[in-house]
Ligand binder design. Structure first.
Ligand code: NAI
Length: 461
């Protein structure tokens, strides 16, 4: 029987990152994956959706070319099969690259389902059955889309984000149930390629985890793109039609569409067989862990969506660092503060990005703040690029003058997150930090200065 210092079950962002970190620490490592390496993020999540969104964004920009002084001859239309083919090529090249990267780090990849049969023993059930011995085990088996019992998936008309990334053709109309992260990204994609999109969101705003102004701004911009957003609108059922479906809502209305995308969250995926021998402490389907990301079983860690924390690829990356350190003789923890500093990045048009605490969380925690604001429309580079929608808000704690959170809505909001991260908790004098000019990031400086009432470009409010 082969022996490994660390065996990781699940090859998504959490799992593969953990294997490489453990290998870098000198451990003999095995990775067990039953599908393709890269998990949801690479195969049916972050990377394919961003690839399609990139085509959609270019389409919108090309249609606006005249405003930039360009004359493009002929009509500019999406060729959906080619967009999907490009997306698949991007994904395939990354799957290949990542597989090579893992192997080059000396990690053995087993294809099949990992089943922990006893502490320190894992069976791989694939084309053949292999038994391996594991000093430490890291479970990283991910999540899948949640269905609505009253709107069951048929994967043809009623679909999840997985099918939405590979539809055979652009639908004429789409109802999106859920105006969360997936709902807003897919609404932006499909509206850009010509689908008549209606979002039905049960909460009072789009992106309910962000502040109210973010939801309002997004709703306003979505309206300009032809997207109908209905908030406070709970879906109660569906009637199938020969060429689509009619979605029924609590207020008695009915919306017809060719496709219905259900995007109401994700649920943990951990095949009971994978861990049942360990009798782990669970919280429903979620594996319970402590701050070291140890489960209730000795030498077994769990990370990523399966522990129900962030449901984000970069959240899983952060947790992989902790579990890998602890599994290889180090000591690391994942505290609430660490979780607060995991950014949100939503690739809708416009993008939404936030890090640290938002206004709602500050109010809940009794933190009195001063809010610094700056719009993109007064920023030279943003105007040059014809990307003037949105603003940056910086929250400054009144008690100690430190920045506790930043929220950005705008064209390249997600790319500004790493700069925003550097502001959190900083005691540097903002006016002493030199930002390159002209850059979009200068809006961050404007908002930060505005929080202290010393903005160069924003009048005091
Ligand atoms: P979500 O939790 O972001 O949004 C689900 C939305 O559905 C909520 O706003 C909720 O109020 C609404 N909802 C629930 N039941 C409803 C009903 N019956 N009728 C109408 N609305 C209803 O979940 P989503 O968008 O499915 O995303 C799943 C996970 O994947 C999230 O945790 C997200 O963070 C992650 N993800 C992250 C991405 C990113 O970071 N860019 C991209 C895609 C997904």
């Amino acid at each position: 029987m082969s022996q490994y210092g660390v065996v990781v079950v699940g090859g998504g962002p959490g799992g593969y990152a953990a294997t490489i970190r453990c290998a870098q620490k000198g451990a003999k490592v095995a990775l067990i994956e039953k599908n393709r390496i890269g998990g949801t993020c690479l195969n049916v999540g972050c990377i394919p959706s961003k690839t399609l969104l990139a085509s959609a964004q270019l389409l919108l920009q090309a249609r606006d070319a005249a405003r930039m002084g360009l004359e493009l001859d002929g009509t500019i239309n999406p060729n959906w099969p080619k967009m999907v083919a490009r997306k698949e090529a991007v994904v395939n090249s990354f799957v290949k690259g990542l597989t090579g990267l893992v192997k080059k780090n000396g990690i053995t990849i087993f294809e099949g389902k990992g089943i922990v049969t006893a502490p320190g023993r894992v069976t791989v059930s694939g084309n053949e059955t292999v038994e391996i011995e594991a000093g430490k085990i890291i479970i990283a088996t991910g999540s899948g889309p949640i269905g609505l019992p009253q709107v069951p998936f048929d994967n043809q008309i009623i679909i999840s984000s997985t099918e939405a990334l590979s539809l055979p053709a652009i639908p004429k109309s789409m109802v999106i149930i859920g105006g969360g992260v997936i709902g807003c990204e897919m609404a932006s994609l499909y509206a850009a390629v010509g689908t008549d999109v209606t979002i039905l969101e049960a909460a009072p705003q789009l992106l309910p985890i962000e502040d109210e102004w973010v939801g309002k701004l997004l709703e306003r911009e979505f309206k300009k793109s032809g997207i109908t957003s209905r908030t406070n609108c709970k879906v109660t059922g569906v009637k199938m039609q020969p060429d689509g479906a009619t979605v029924l809502t609590e207020d008695g209305s009915a919306v017809e569409a060719e496709k219905v995308l259900v995007a109401v969250g994700r649920k943990v995926v951990c095949d009971p067989e994978t861990v049942q021998a360990l009798k782990l402490k669970m919280n429903g389907p979620i594996i319970s862990v402590n701050e070291k990301l140890q489960t209730s079983a000795e030498n077994v860690y769990a990370i990523g969506d399966v522990i129900g924390t962030t449901y984000l690829a970069h959240g899983a990356f952060a947790e992989a660092e902790v579990a890998a350190a602890n599994a290889t003789g180090g000591e690391k923890t994942m505290t609430q503060r660490d979780y607060n500093l995991i950014p949100h990045a939503i690739y809708s048009f416009p993008e939404v990005a936030s890090i640290g605490l938002n206004e709602r969380q500050c109010a809940e925690q009794g933190i009195e703040t001063v809010i610094g604001k700056a719009p993109f429309r007064t920023n030279g580079r943003s105007v040059s690029h014809n990307e003037i929608v949105g603003e940056v808000r910086v929250l400054c704690n009144k008690a100690d003058n430190r920045i506790v959170g930043v929220t950005i809505v705008g064209a390249v909001a997600t790319e500004m997150l790493s700069a925003a991260r550097a502001l959190i908790g900083s005691t540097e004098k903002i006016e002493d930090i030199c930002f390159a000019h002209p850059t979009v990031s200068e809006v961050l400086k404007d908002a930060w200065e505005d929080a202290y009432g010393i903005s160069l470009h924003v009048l005091p409010h």
